[in-house]
Every structure is written in C-alpha cells, then in structure tokens.
Write a protein that binds this ligand. Structure first.
Ligand SMILES: Nc1nc2c(ncn2[C@@H]2O[C@H](COP(=O)(O)OP(=O)(O)OP(=O)(O)O)[C@@H](O)[C@H]2O)c(=O)[nH]1
Ligand SMILES: [Mg+2]
Length: 307
C-alpha cells in the first residue's frame, strides 16, 4: 500500500493533505492513490454552498460546523477559490481565518484553486471528496463562489446544493440570471439581521416555492446565529430522506465521469496520432492551397484514425 494511503487510513492529517495535493495537481501517484482508496469510499455525504461573493457562505459554514457536529457529523470543508484576481487577496485572508478557527474544532479545511487539475474543477473536487470520504469524513462541505459556470459544475458533484443569497449582494433577479434558482435544494437568505432580508425571503419564496422540487427557503444570520440550527437540521433531513436516490445520482455522476475520462484518453491518443501522421500535415497544406476543403479532410482523417 502507498505510504500516504496508509497514513490517511490511520487518521494522519499530513498524509491526508498530501494526498489531496497529489490528486488536485494530477501528480504521477494520483491514480495509484485513487485506486487504493476507492473501495473505502461511498459513505460521505456532500453539500455544496454556492452564491455570490460576499453573500456569507464562509461565515455560515463556520457557524454551521458545531450544529452539524451536534448531529454527529465529522466534517471536512473544501473551499473552491474563485479565479478572479481582484478579490483574491481578501478571499485568501478569509480562508486563513477560517482555517485557524476550524483547526481547533477537528474540522479539516482545504482550499482548491479552480484553475485546478486537468479535466476541470469538478473532476478535481470529486477526487478530493473521495480522499476525504476514505479518510472517514462523513460530511463534506464544498464552498464555491457563484461565478458563472463553476457553481453549476459543483452542484453536479455534490449530493445537495445550498444557495446562499443576501440582501447586500444581490436580488432575486440576479439569482435567476445566474441560474441559481435551478440548482438549489435549499435556499438560505443570509444576513437576516439586515434590512431587505425579509423582502428577499418573500420574493425567493414566491419565485421557487411553487416549483415541483419545492426547495426549502430559510432566513438566517451568520452574524446573530438566528436560523443556523434550522439550516443544519434541514440539510440533515434532506440528506437522510434521499436514501436510494443517491445510488441513482452516483450512477449518473459516474457515467459522466467515466465518459469524460475515456474522451480525454481518446483525445490524447488521437492528437498524438495526428501529429505523427504525414497525411495530416499534407492535408493542411492542401487546404491552405484550396486543393481540399476542411470537411473532406477531417472526414478522411477521422476514418484513418478510427480504423
Ligand atoms: N450583517 C451581516 N454580515 C454578515 C453575515 N454573514 C456574513 N457577513 C459579512 O459579510 C461579509 C462576507 O462574508 P463571507 O462569509 O466572507 O462571504 P462569502 O460568501 O464566503 O464570500 P466569498 O468567499 O468571497 O465568496 C463579511 O464581512 C461577513 O462578516 C450576516 O449574517 N449578517
Ligand atoms: Mg467565502
């Protein structure tokens, strides 16, 4: 067994941190580690927290930790950094603050840069979840900023998604535009201590309360602590109620994952074949000289490599 895997099974945090780095960076040992831990995975539940920058995701998660611990969960947190260099500094400070408070509480916190490994952030997050799962963490929280596509990707790799909204960082119209009304199993109207939170709560309830999924909408405040326990209890309830659905969900995720892996492998192989094939370079030359059109060339080359 790989020494890092051995350490990880024994609860060594440094081995765990190292395993995550190896997988996130797609280092050579990555596949060995993932293979050796694979049959120890499948027990963890995962919750994504998404929403605009500054909505209060980190603050909420921090407050939710003891509430989840009361419900018996061992917790790990993955924070997916936004790529925006403008807010980078502030967010890093936030992460460090979060990590120090969490370390005292037996919570494992880890940031991943969304530039991420080859194959994109969702693949990286999925593999990091596996590592944490194998290391015995029962509840894995993934924080990702709602920056365009990222939150939609993240919601595809977690069991349930909590969308965090706040009266300061946006209204319901923006939430619709960002596609956030589609992804949530639970909506948290944070900063309930601030003006505007009640009207935001009402408009979000109107907006999504009638959909067939009937997601839960909760008003909370990471600042005062109001509604926090309610959020934890509801997340726990949703996680428990899903039961057999997780198997189907896992199957769908695996279909996409394996297909992507195969496509990656095939793409690499085909690219190499083309590079080394003289016909490819001849065809390009002919296309440039208008002796051949790109469609015929592509079809003929595809036929050659697929043979
Ligand atoms: N008044 C009030 N302020 C809050 C509340 N929750 C968070 N904040 C403040 O809002 C700001 C942003 O909070 P964060 O928890 O860092 O927000 P975030 O969603 O994690 O932000 P990013 O990670 O940058 O996307 C901080 O200054 C918090 O102190 C709340 O319930 N009430
Ligand atoms: Mg944050």
């Amino acid at each position: 067994m790989h020494p890092i895997v051995e350490g990880l099974f024994q609860g060594d945090r440094r081995s765990l941190a190292r395993a995550i780095s190896i997988v996130d960076d797609d280092e050579p040992d990555s596949h060995i580690i993932l293979r050796q831990i694979f049959n120890k995975t499948g027990n963890a539940k995962t919750v994504g927290f998404t929403g605009a920058g500054g909505a209060g995701k980190s603050s909420l998660i921090e407050k939710l930790v003891p509430a989840f611990q009361d419900l018996g969960y061992k917790i790990a947190i993955i924070a997916v950094d936004p790529t925006s260099p403008i807010t980078g500094g502030a967010i890093l400070g936030d992460r460090i603050r979060m990590r120090t408070t969490m370390d005292d509480q037996n919570v494992f916190v880890r940031s991943l840069a969304s530039r991420g490994a080859k194959g994109g952030i969702s693949r990286s997050v999925r593999n990091v979840i596996r590592i944490l799962d194998a290391a015995g963490y029962g509840l894995i929280i993934v924080e990702s900023v709602g920056a365009g596509q990222v939150e939609v990707q993240i919601s595809n790799v977690v069991n349930i998604t909590a969308v965090v909204l706040s009266p300061q960082t946006g209204d319901s119209i923006q939430a619709i535009k960002a596609g956030l009304t589609e992804v949530g199993d639970l909506y948290i109207i944070n900063k309930g201590d601030l003006e505007g939170s009640t009207s935001l709560y009402n408009s979000i309830t109107d907006l999504i309360g009638d959909t067939t999924r009937k997601p839960v909408v909760i008003k909370a405040s990471a600042k005062t602590g109001s509604g926090i326990k309610d959020v934890a209890v509801n997340i726990d309830k949703i996680l428990r109620s899903k039961g057999d659905n997780y198997r189907d969900q896992e199957k769908r995720m695996l279909e996409v994952e394996v297909r992507d892996m195969v496509l990656n492998m095939v793409e690499e192989k085909v690219s190499a074949m083309l590079r080394e094939d003289n016909r490819y370079h001849d065809f390009i030359e002919k296309i440039v000289n208008k002796e051949l059109d790109p469609y015929v060339a592509a079809e003929q080359l595809a036929a050659v490599v697929l043979r």
